[in-house]
Design a protein around this ligand. Structure first.
Ligand code: NAD
Ligand code: UD1
Length: 319
């Protein structure tokens, strides 16, 4: 099968591309490298087609879409606080760019588009865990763009018969998540704090909670969403079904690393959700999704990955 992965040089994208290549599929990656890295594709670079370009340019998207059967649309500006600071640019990439991907997919007659949606669509609805039937109520520009992406995908199903599935990922973490930007995911940053012995910063009291989900689980969901029958037009939660507070993640990292660090508490971030936890009943039932990696195991594996990638090749002990 031929897959187009937008955002395929990013964190979740490159992990997904690895698995597609492992299964023998043909893969085209379209990525503007704004946050992704070609290095993330280094091991499989000669087995895929990489195109550097933006989803905001429809002609570029059309070219990348050539002969694609499945599209995994992951390219986006992913940070909540960055969307609060600059909503127009987040809108341009996440909504206009998604519309380009859908139009090009429709015209290229692809079999299905899988859209990387987000748990941020739920906003502050008080009930936990979050079920797909709850009315969405995003509280950040980013959350709005991700929900609009779902609506557009479904609308392309209705108007043009384009098969589509939206996956609301819940705080994905793991190897290759970039720790180096002020907008990076919290666990990537905390792992680096424990490696470099710098103080983790908590925005708020650290009692906010997330259904932190190891990237292998999201990769499984991505592939199932392409293959599962009778799911077009549906939205599924992709999480583990549990939740951990930030304070608990720091305690766990202390155990994993054998180091004790005192967090620094700062005011909460604008647009921040307090608690997030997925009900994954629907994804289990319709996709056969069964997250293989627990939070604790995923965190230990992630910490090990940052530790080993910190060791530069010339410093690595000879085998
Ligand atoms: P990431 O930043 O590593 O990946 C996004 C990729 O998109 C990057 O490689 C980036 O260079 C690329 N990109 C950005 N703008 C682009 C453009 N205009 N044209 C082409 N490529 C562009 O982040 P990620 O965590 O891997 O996120 C992947 C997707 O999953 C995003 O759509 C994000 O909104 C969604 N998501 C992520 C999480 C999470 O917890 N990581 C949760 C919910 C949803
Ligand atoms: C994350 C994703 C977003 C996704 C959403 C829902 C990233 C960058 N963001 O947003 O794409 O759609 O999950 O799954 O991947 N925090 C600290 N200290 C830090 C950094 C963060 O306390 O140094 C706090 C934040 O204020 C927040 C929590 O940690 O309360 C999680 O933040 P973050 O990792 O940025 O993720 P979300 O905002 O939940």
């Amino acid at each position: 099968m031929r897959y187009l992965v937008t955002g395929g040089a990013g964190f979740i994208g490159s992990n997904t591309v690895d698995e597609l290549v492992r299964r023998g599929h043909s893969v085209v990656v379209l990525d503007d490298l704004s946050s992704g890295k070609e290095d993330n594709l280094a091991e499989i670079r000669n087995k895929i087609t990489f195109m550097k370009g933006s989803i905001t340019d429809i002609e570029v998207v059309r070219k990348a879409m050539h002969e694609a059967e499945f599209v995994l649309h992951l390219a986006a500006r992913t940070s909540v606080p960055r969307s609060v600071k600059d909503p127009i640019e987040t809108n341009r990439i996440n909504i206009d760019g998604t519309l380009n991907v859908l139009v090009a997919a429709r015209d290229a007659k692809v079999k299905r588009v899988v859209f990387a949606a987000s748990s941020s669509a739920y906003g502050e609805t008080p009930t936990l865990p979050k079920v797909e039937t709850m009315p969405p109520a995003p509280i950040s520009p980013y959350g709005v763009t991700k929900f609009v992406g779902e609506l557009y995908a479904q609308t392309f199903g209705r108007c043009y018969g384009l098969e589509n599935v939206s996956l609301r990922y819940f705080n994905i973490f793991g190897p290759r998540q970039d720790p180096g930007s002020p907008y990076s995911g919290v666990l990537a940053k905390f792992c680096m704090c424990f490696l470099e012995e710098t103080q983790p910063v908590m925005f708020g009291d650290g009692e906010q909670s997330r259904d932190f989900t190891f990237v292998e689980n999201a990769v499984q969901a991505n592939l199932l969403a392409c293959e599962a029958p009778n799911v077009s037009g549906k939205t599924f939660n992709v999480g583990t079904g549990g939740r951990f507070t930030l304070n608990q993640t720091v305690e766990l990292l202390a155990k994993i690393s054998g180091k004790k660090l005192e967090p620094k508490y700062e005011p909460p971030r604008d647009g921040d959700i307090r608690d997030s936890q997925a009900d994954i009943t629907q994804a289990r039932a319709y996709l056969g999704y069964d997250p293989p990696v627990s939070f604790e195991e995923g965190l230990a594996r992630t910490f090990d990955w940052y530790r080993s990638s910190q060791t530069k090749p010339e410093e690595k002990p000879k085998e």
